[in-house]
Design a binder for this molecule. Structure first.
Ligand code: FAD
Length: 321
């Protein structure tokens, strides 16, 4: 039986693996069969991860994190977890291959998926003008003409934030009213760089090497129009990857509930880290920090199991007075 199994191989999972491996816990990382490395594999330049003043390509950063974890003894398996049993002292993790692994503790670092529009060119142009993260990519759009898709709080927040960089931000929304809170709406309406394309949905994204524009369809009369753009930010929601973890308590936002600043979930020996517990910040560096917390919490949990074991052995061996 393992000391610790880590599910997920983004910044949270690999950082947890680095710490757990350096604590000689020989972690097993289940990295996913097709999405190993997490969300940063889908982007190009990352300019806000500390330690890289010249920037680093997202996939290169993730390969380095994996190498660092493996260097200290983490084992990385390119497979998906398809079922878990987390209740009880022995945790079971079943993989797509059919293999089952057991451990005393599990760290869940499965991240969170940004909702996509489902358009043909969306993935191809990801990191080349299509983005899901204004904090990450806004800086690349200085003096550009961009659009944000969505009508909720996060769309208004992203649009308002992006006006720091862009000359013009068009909010594209399917309806003629916003879902966002009143205060967020007012802030966006008052911003002279923000325009609204009401009752419009994006039906195609244009551009060979980078985004050049979108085709919009009017949701009322079905007519189509072209909008020239340098960038498209998609802010239509986010789904924490929690579908396997029905044994764990969730928050009202759908993230795994943890105890305060720790990574402790509602089950002993099960810890969670990264975007799967974070409805707010969702950055590589916050996920990595959260992975550290989870590895340290798992380490303390395993040490407490050892202490309990020694105490019970001592009690048995202690001669009766
Ligand atoms: C296009 C894009 C650009 C971004 N740019 C930046 C940036 O410039 N700077 C920045 O700080 N942040 C950026 N982010 C955000 C950043 O990528 C995330 O905040 C970060 O990756 C979250 O790390 P994580 O480890 O929690 O989750 P993730 O990176 O999402 O990793 C989770 C991993 O778990 C795996 N997994 C899920 N379920 C299973 C399962 N059942 N079995 C096995 N594995 C599983 C997934 O496949 C994935 O590999 C960007 C995000 C996107 C989408």
């Amino acid at each position: 039986m393992r000391d610790v199994i880590i599910i997920g191989s983004g910044p949270a999972g690999y950082t947890a693996a680095i710490y757990a491996a350096r604590a000689e816990l020989a972690p097993l990382v289940i990295a996913s069969s097709v999405e190993a490395g997490g969300e940063l594999m889908k982007t190009t330049e990352v300019e806000n991860f500390p330690g890289f003043p010249e920037g680093v390509m997202g996939p290169d950063l993730m390969v380095k994190m994996q190498e660092q974890a493996e260097k200290f003894g983490a084992e990385v398996v390119l497979d998906d977890v398809v079922a878990v049993e987390l209740d009880g002292p022995v945790k079971r993790v079943v993989l797509g291959s059919g293999d089952t692994h057991e451990a005393r503790s599990v760290i869940v670092a499965t991240g969170s998926a940004y909702r996509h529009l489902g358009l043909t060119d969306e993935e191809r142009l990801s990191g080349h003008g299509v983005s899901w993260c204004a904090t990450c990519d806004g800086f690349f759009f200085r003096q550009k003409n961009i659009a944000v898709v969505g009508g909720g709080d996060s769309a208004m927040e992203e649009a308002t934030f992006l006006t720091r960089f862009a000359d013009k931000v068009t909010v594209i929304h399917r309806k003629d009213t916003l879902r966002a809170s009143k205060i967020m709406q007012e802030r966006a309406f008052a911003n002279e760089k923000i325009e609204f394309a009401w009752n419009k949905e994006v039906v195609a994204i244009g551009g060979t090497d980078a985004v050049t524009g979108v085709t919009l369809r009017d949701t009322v009369d079905g007519s189509e129009s072209e909008l020239a753009l340098d960038g498209l930010f998609i802010a239509i929601g986010n789904d924490p990857r929690v579908h396997l973890f029905h044994e764990l308590e969730l928050t009202s936002q759908g993230t795994i509930k943890v105890d305060g600043r720790s990574s402790k979930t509602s089950l002993p020996g099960v810890f969670a880290a990264g975007d799967v517990i974070d409805p707010t910040y969702r950055q590589a560096v916050t996920a990595a920090a959260s992975g550290t917390v989870a590895a340290l919490d798992a380490e303390h949990f395993l040490a407490s199991l050892e202490d309990e074991l020694h105490a019970s052995v001592d009690a048995v061996l202690e001669p009766a007075n």
